[in-house]
Design a protein around this ligand. Structure first.
Ligand code: IPD
Ligand code: CA
Ligand code: CA
Ligand code: CA
Length: 303
């Protein structure tokens, strides 16, 4: 265990309450924005990298509660990030609104994502979508749950896929739209979807959900089989990584390299990964071998 000295059960209960409260702020905040004639948003790096006053208010709320309750812990959040490094200390890593573009448009795939990492390992993670009222939560060694009652992956979704062609895969366009990043991603999307006669994998379909945290949580639940992202930050994936791991999913790095799922070395700086669900299909292939096979087949399609 990465955190023998921490009471993970009470930390998990605290985090769930915090995420539910943050979710209420997000719902109320959206209602106010939609009722107002003058709601606006600011551009960060470019015109598709947006932030609203609700993102900032929710982050302030989350930070305040964490500082009150765990004054010795560190905090890193998207809207107040100043280049801090993740140390071995207990570090909360949160994204107040993951899916800001969806939030602004009213597309209901939006989550607050709150994780706690110790020695770089996410040991508690909560992802809450206040519009669908779906709460994904996990703590080290305790499994992952949907709405605190359904253990993940969802039963009946624990069936093996025979090949990558049967997979439902989430991909994202991200906010960096200049070459070479975007054209190379789009080429991968096309190869995944295309017919084998055209050299494609003909996967069941691709989805672009617009929230990294929800994508990972959906891989954990079985709603998605894979999720590929280039360009995430620790706050996008810290909570989700814990949920995915507790549900038996794994992460792979660039080109299918192994990824330990630590939020410093891998996720804050690496920023490229593939999360994979996978179920052992035969007695002689383990779940990990199935996941590795899918990762290899997936990375076949990337440059
Ligand atoms: C973004 C979303 C998006 C993903 C980006 C993230 P934000 O987070 O998760 O799906 O593709 O990489 O930055 O800006 O909405 O918090
Ligand atoms: Ca953002
Ligand atoms: Ca995010
Ligand atoms: Ca965000």
């Amino acid at each position: 265990s990465a955190s023998p000295e921490l009471d993970l059960d009470s930390i998990l209960a605290f985090t769930i309450k915090l995420a539910l409260d943050a979710g209420e702020m997000i719902r109320d905040g959206q209602q106010k924005r939609f009722a107002s004639e003058s709601a606006s948003e600011d551009e960060k790096v470019n015109s598709v990298d947006l932030v609203t006053e609700v993102d900032k208010a929710v982050e302030e709320f989350i930070t305040k509660k964490i500082k009150e309750t765990y004054p010795d812990h560190q905090f890193i959040g998207e809207e107040t990030f100043k280049g801090q490094k993740i140390t071995d200390e207990p570090t909360w890593i949160g994204d107040p609104i993951d899916g800001t573009t969806n939030f602004i448009h009213g597309f209901p795939m939006v989550a607050t994502s709150i994780g706690l990492a110790v020695k770089g390992v996410p040991v508690v993670g909560v992802v809450y979508n206040p519009f669908l009222d779906q709460l994904y939560s996990a703590a080290e060694g305790r499994g992952a749950y949907l709405n605190q009652k359904t253990k993940l992956p969802i039963t009946g979704k624990a069936k093996p896929l025979a090949s990558l062609g049967q997979a439902l895969i989430a991909v994202e366009y991200g906010s960096s739209r200049s070459p070479p990043a975007l054209p190379s991603k789009v080429k991968t999307f096309q190869t995944l979807a295309a017919h084998p006669d055209q050299g494609g994998k003909m996967v069941h379909s691709l989805r672009s959900v617009g929230s990294a945290a929800i994508n990972i949580a959906l891989v954990a639940s079985g709603g998605l089989d894979m999720y590929w992202e280039v360009g995430c930050w620790a706050w996008d994936v810290c909570a989700g990584t814990c949920i995915l791991r507790e549900a038996g999913g794994v992460l792979f790095g660039p080109k299918g390299s192994s990824l330990s799922g630590e939020v410093d070395g891998d996720l804050l700086t690496g920023r490229k990964y593939l999360s994979v669900r996978g179920i052992a299909s035969t007695a002689d292939e383990t779940t990990l071998q199935v996941q590795q096979r899918f990762a290899r087949e997936f990375y076949d399609t990337t440059d």
